[in-house]
Write a protein that binds this ligand. Structure first.
Ligand SMILES: CC(C)(COP(=O)(O)OP(=O)(O)OC[C@H]1O[C@@H](n2cnc3c(N)ncnc32)[C@H](O)[C@@H]1OP(=O)(O)O)[C@@H](O)C(=O)NCCC(=O)NCCS
Length: 233
């Protein structure tokens, strides 16, 4: 089983631990000795619902559940954005835009599975800052909602090779007003304009507000995956 662990060089360099990923396909879990011999410090163990009969075995070798990841998708729609909805695509970031977006991205890190694992949490904020940097550098596209000129919500995304939301966050004081769904709908329009027929996003099962916002924008849950982290004892 450990031979099917995929090395994750980016995570290894970023977190400073030897990190691998194992997508459980079936069969029982690896033994503790096999995992130790594999040489990894941390293995992300991903279990689809069909492999959950093996969950007890993975817990027995010391893997700890950190997340229930939810994958959603939606058809892309080419509807014009609403007049005055406050959403625009950001093509050049000003210093003020960056200053407003950094705390938004940092908040996102607390929701992530990295923020839930005490050994990875110290770098979770920096991880989300990296993803924000991708948007600032123009490698990911950005939609913003402005409130009095200041960025009050941000959605970053890609359309190549597939359409996918990377980050979505609304300022704490501006939630429950439909801003998140509005940004998600604007993303679906941008994806349609880029020629994509379907778009995806991932979030966590415990993130009820995100699930609600995506549902309002037309996304439907397609897959739930349990994620465990196994750490070398
Ligand atoms: C997720 C988020 C972007 C939603 O944006 P939003 O503009 O507030 O979205 P909505 O206007 O649809 O409001 C969210 C809805 O979820 C509801 N909600 C909040 N917590 C909930 C929970 N635990 N379970 C179910 N629904 C919940 C809210 O009450 C609201 O519904 P209402 O308008 O009927 O009151 C925003 O909450 C946010 O920025 N959260 C922190 C970052 C984050 O988690 N991002 C998503 C990462 S994938």
């Amino acid at each position: 089983m450990p031979t099917s662990i995929e090395a994750l060089p980016w995570d290894t360099a970023f977190f400073g631990h030897r990190v691998g990923r194992l997508r459980v396909a079936g069969g029982g879990p690896a033994s503790r000795d096999e995992l130790i011999r594999s040489g990894y410090d941390c293995v992300y163990v991903e279990m689809g619902v069909e492999t959950l009969p093996h969950l007890g075995g993975w817990l027995a070798v010391g893997a700890e559940p950190v997340d229930l990841r939810v994958a959603l998708d939606s058809p892309c729609r080419a509807t014009p954005s609403q007049e005055g909805d406050g959403v625009t695509e950001l093509t050049g970031w000003s210093t003020e835009d960056v200053e407003a977006a950094v705390p938004l991205a940092e908040e996102l890190s607390r929701w992530s599975r990295f923020g839930q694992d005490p050994r990875l949490a110290p770098k979770a904020g920096a991880l989300y800052r990296r993803w924000l940097d991708h948007a600032i550098a123009g490698r990911h596209r950005s939609l913003v909602w402005r409130d009095g000129g200041r960025v009050g919500a941000l959605l970053t995304f890609v359309t190549e090779p597939d359409a996918r939301i990377e980050l979505l966050v609304v300022d704490r004081g501006r939630r429950s007003r439909g801003v998140g769904p509005r940004l998600a709908r604007a993303f679906l329009n941008a994806a349609a304009a880029a020629g994509r027929e379907r778009a995806t996003v991932r979030t966590q099962l415990r993130n009820g507000a995100a699930l609600r916002a995506y549902e309002r924008a037309g996304f439907v849950i397609r897959e739930v995956t349990m994620i465990l982290h196994w750490w070398r004892p």
